[in-house]
Design a binder for this molecule. Structure first.
Ligand code: SF4
Length: 348
């Protein structure tokens, strides 16, 4: 706490150093060129779980197809999901779509943080980013990057259960450091510093604009901060089915009320077809992925369509035969799109 108070006392000099560095060194990004509320909102949604490099082509395509809140509000859900296909965490696209409908129905977009918090998909970080960048609201953004910078600047020794506990703890300090600044620029400067200089593994203290204020650097151990408890990783296995029949591939469409996969197609699980784990001799490939704290091994088995399977598919509305040459017309979840592409390429 003493280090926080010392940092707050140095606020004017801290802001001058940080902001001068940001003006001179920030990356040129499409949502920073001729910024608008719409560009800021779309970019903040895309960047919630995705790296900038991955989001860039999606952002450009999105802006070409859906240039403003009105166009997005009027778009079909199929179009929205198709434009998001491959970015993952599809609830972001659904929430952005709902948000555009709410904003387009208002005479003017809301300005206050509290009003943005009422809109779908908006947490404290996104509300602060949107309102500070678009309206100059003095709300500090506190994400993993900012937590890392503040924990290092203050050499905070306290252990945190997880990143949201750490974000709560550092919010008062982040709010104190933004006082009197151009809030949008200050927030972007903190995020840029975390992304390009004060990196998780190898902070570049020699070129850091706020090195003189940093207690972690003075102690020689900045990488030690913040003290976050390691995540408990859980292993899971899933058996999936690859079944082709008369030029069609069997897929399962996520239920409309499903949190993660509503409307998206994936290869069905063996259990969707009432099957136990299939014979190892029919294994095509095993793919691994990580979702939150789960490490998942997904094994894909080849199955021939027999009468029992055709009957099971008929009885379950979520199971669909999709023509292989029409797979581009549906929205597949990102990993399944890649796996299906690979398996089709391998068999031709
Ligand atoms: Fe991060 Fe080093 Fe800068 Fe401190 S001096 S804020 S540890 S990059």
């Amino acid at each position: 706490m003493a280090n926080s108070e010392q940092l707050i006392a140095q606020r004017p000099a801290f802001q001058r150093a940080l902001h001068a560095w940001y003006r001179a060194h920030h990356r040129k990004l499409p949502w920073r060129d001729e910024p608008s509320l719409y560009k800021t909102v779309v970019s903040e949604f895309m960047l919630q779980q995705t790296q900038i490099k991955t989001a860039l082509p999606y952002f450009d395509r999105w802006l070409r197809e859906l240039p403003d809140f009105t166009a997005l509000a009027a778009a079909s859900e199929e179009k929205v999901m198709k434009l998001w296909e491959g970015l993952g965490y599809y609830s972001r696209a659904r929430n952005l779509h709902k948000l555009a409908r709410s904003v387009a129905a208002l005479p003017l977009p809301p300005r206050a943080v509290a009003d943005w918090r009422e809109l779908p998909g908006i947490g404290p970080y996104t509300a602060a980013a949107i309102t500070s960048i678009s309206f100059g609201e003095p709300a500090a953004c506190v994400d993993g990057n900012v937590v890392r910078i503040l924990a290092r600047l203050t050499a905070e020794a306290r252990p945190f259960r997880d990143s949201s506990e750490a974000a709560k703890y550092f919010t008062p300090l982040a709010d104190a450091l933004i006082v009197g600044a151009d809030a949008g620029m200050h927030n972007q400067a903190m995020m840029e510093l975390g992304a390009t200089v004060c990196m998780r593994q190898k902070p570049m203290c020699l070129v850091c604009p706020v090195a003189e204020f940093c207690e972690g650097r003075k102690r020689g151990t900045p990488e030690k901060y913040p003290h976050l408890q390691p995540k408990q990783i859980e292993q899971r296995t899933v058996a999936r089915i690859w079944c082709e029949h008369r030029g069609q591939l069997l897929l399962r469409r996520g239920h409309a009320a499903a949190k993660r996969l509503a409307g998206l197609h994936e290869l069905p699980e063996a259990s969707d077809l009432g099957l136990k784990t299939p014979d190892a001799s029919t294994l095509l490939v095993t793919k691994r992925r990580t979702i939150t704290r789960f490490q998942i091994a997904e094994s894909i088995y080849k199955l021939e369509a027999d009468a029992a399977l055709l009957k099971a598919v008929k009885a379950d509305a979520s199971l669909e035969w999709i023509a292989v040459n029409a797979l581009d017309t549906i929205t597949l979840s990102g990993p399944h799109k890649r796996w299906i592409g690979e398996l089709l390429a391998a068999r031709s």
